[in-house]
Design a protein around this ligand. Structure first.
Ligand code: NAD
Length: 389
C-alpha cells in the first residue's frame, strides 16, 4: 500500500458504491496511483468513502473535475449514467478513464463515448476484469507465439445465464482476445426470453470472425463448469472452472486427445483467480489493515493492466472500443433471433439498437433494495469489530 505522495497518476473516483469502493482499494495498492477525490450523488456513501480514504468529496463529478487535477477518472456507475459521465470526463482533460461494464445500453451511446475519448486522446477501459488476470495474459502470449498452432475456434462452455450483456460480456471479450481482436463478419443466435423485448436475457450463438476463426457459445454451463476451450491446429488451451491448462500435439505422429501432451509448470495449479477464490464455500475473505475487504486479484490486475497501458499511451485490452463491440455481439445474437435465426452481418447498421441491463445494473441499487438491505451489503465488506459504518 502507498500513501500516494510519490504516485504519478491522481485518481478521481466517480460512484463509490459497492464496486467503486473495490476499485478504489486496487488504486490504493498500485504505487503509481493516488486517489485524491471522490464524487457521488449519494451523500451517505460519499461520507463513508471519504472517511475511509481520507479524500475530498463532491456531490457533482463535474465540480470535482474542475477543481481537482485528475489524471485518471474512475466512473463506477450504474449503466444509465455511465456513457454520459465517460464523455464528461473525456472532455475535462483527464488522461485515462477506467469505468465498469456494460459500457452502455445502446450502440449509439457506446459509439459516442468511444469517439469523444478518441477525439480527446483519452485512453479508456470498460471494466473487463477477467482478461487482465496474469494467467490469461500469459495464455494469450503463448497462443500468439504459436504454442497451439493457428487458432481455429473458441468454444464457451460457460452459459450466458440470464445476461448476454450484463454478465456474459466479459466472456465475449475473452472470445475476441483469442480471435486476435478481429472484426466479426456475421453471427447467428437465439435468446431465451422474448427476443422482441429490449431487456437483457440469456442466449447462445455462433460468431464468424473475418480472419476465419469461429466461436460457439452455449446457453447453460455444462459439466466442466465455468470456462472455455481454444482449439488450435497443434494444440488446445482450456479453462475449466478457472483452472487453465494447455496441451500440444506431439512433435511426430498422429495427434488425438490421448496423445496431446500437457504443458506443465506454466499455469497455476488451482484457480487463476488466486486469493479471490471462486469455489462455493471456499471463498477466502481477506481484510486489509483498515478492516476493509481486500479488493481481490481480478481488481488489482485490472488497475495494473490499465495503468501499464496508459503509461505506453495505449488503450487497455478491455478498451471502450471493445466495450461497444461486445455489446454489439450480445445484440447481434438477439437480432439473429428476431430475423428468424438468420445470419446478421457486422457491424450492425442500426446504431439505435439497445440491450437494457437488468434493473440492478442499469440503475442505482440502494433505492431498489431499500437503504437497510443495501447498507447491510456494504457492511459485509468490513470487519465489524474494526469498522462501524
Ligand atoms: N466487473 C464486474 O465483475 C462487476 C461486478 C459488479 C458490478 N459491476 C458493475 O459495476 C457498476 C456499479 O455497481 P455497484 O454494485 O457498485 O452499484 P451501486 O448501485 O452499489 O453503486 C453505484 C454508485 O454510483 C452512484 N451514482 C449513481 N449515479 C451517479 C451519478 N450520476 N454521479 C455520481 N454518482 C452516481 C450511487 O450513488 C452509488 O454510490 C455496475 O455497472 C455493474 O454492472 C461489475
Amino acid at each position: 500500500m502507498t500513501d500516494g505522495k510519490e504516485a504519478k497518476y491522481k485518481v478521481g473516483m466517480i460512484g463509490i458504491g459497492r464496486k467503486g469502493a473495490q476499485h478504489a482499494g486496487a488504486y490504493r495498492l498500485d504505487p503509481r496511483t493516488h486517489i485524491v477525490a471522490a464524487a457521488d450523488t449519494d451523500e451517505e456513501n460519499l461520507e463513508i468513502f471519504c472517511k475511509r480514504f481520507g479524500v475530498r468529496g463532491y456531490t457533482d463529478y463535474k465540480e470535482m473535475l474542475a477543481k481537482e487535477d485528475i489524471d485518471i477518472a474512475a466512473p463506477i456507475l450504474p449503466v444509465r449514467p455511465n456513457p454520459g459521465v465517460v464523455i464528461g470526463c473525456a472532455e475535462s482533460g483527464v488522461k485515462g478513464i477506467l469505468c465498469e461494464k456494460p459500457f452502455a445500453a445502446t450502440l449509439e451511446e457506446a459509439d459516442r463515448a468511444v469517439n469523444v475519448c478518441k477525439a480527446n486522446g483519452v485512453k479508456v477501459g470498460a471494466g473487463d476484469l477477467d482478461l487482465n488476470l496474469p494467467a490469461y495474459q500469459k495464455a494469450k502470449e503463448m497462443v500468439d507465439a504459436g504454442e497451439i498452432g493457428d487458432v481455429l475456434s473458441i468454444q464457451y462452455n460457460d452459459g450466458s445465464g440470464t445476461e448476454l450483456s450484463g454478465g456474459f460480456i466479459q466472456r465475449f471479450s475473452i472470445i475476441r482476445m483469442f480471435a486476435n481482436w478481429a472484426e466479426i463478419a456475421w453471427c447467428i443466435g437465439w435468446t431465451t426470453d422474448d427476443a422482441w423485448k429490449d431487456h437483457d436475457q440469456g442466449g447462445a450463438g455462433y460468431f464468424r470472425f473475418v480472419n476465419g476463426i469461429e466461436a460457439f457459445m452455449s446457453r447453460d454451463d455444462d459439466a466442466r463448469g465455468r470456462g472455455f476451450v481454444v482449439n488450435g491446429t497443434h494444440g488446445v488451451l482450456r479453462n475449466s472452472n478457472d483452472v487453465i491448462r494447455m496441451y500440444k500435439s506431439p512433435a511426430t505422429g498422429v495427434s488425438s486427445w490421448e496423445t496431446l501432451q500437457e504443458v506443465t509448470g506454466v499455469f497455476p495449479e488451482s484457480s487463476i483467480r488466486g486469493r479471490e477464490g471462486t469455489t462455493p464455500g471456499k471463498r477466502d475473505i481477506i481484510y486489509e489493515s483498515d478492516g476493509w475487504q481486500w479488493p481481490g486479484d481480478r481488481q488489482v490486475a485490472s488497475v495494473k493492466v490499465f495503468v501499464d497501458y496508459l503509461e505506453q499511451g495505449l488503450d487497455p485490452p478491455g478498451s471502450g472500443d471493445n466495450g461497444r463491440k461486445v455489446l454489439e455481439m450480445a445484440i447481434g445474437i438477439r437480432e439473429s433471433h428476431r430475423r428468424g435465426h438468420t445470419a446478421v452481418q457486422f457491424p450492425l447498421e442500426d446504431r439505435g439498437l439497445r440491450m437494457i441491463p437488468h434493473q440492478g445494473r442499469m440503475e442505482y441499487k440502494k433505492p431498489q433494495m431499500g437503504r437497510d438491505a443495501y447498507m447491510d451489503q456494504m457492511a459485509k465488506r468490513v470487519k465489524d469489530d474494526l469498522v462501524k459504518l
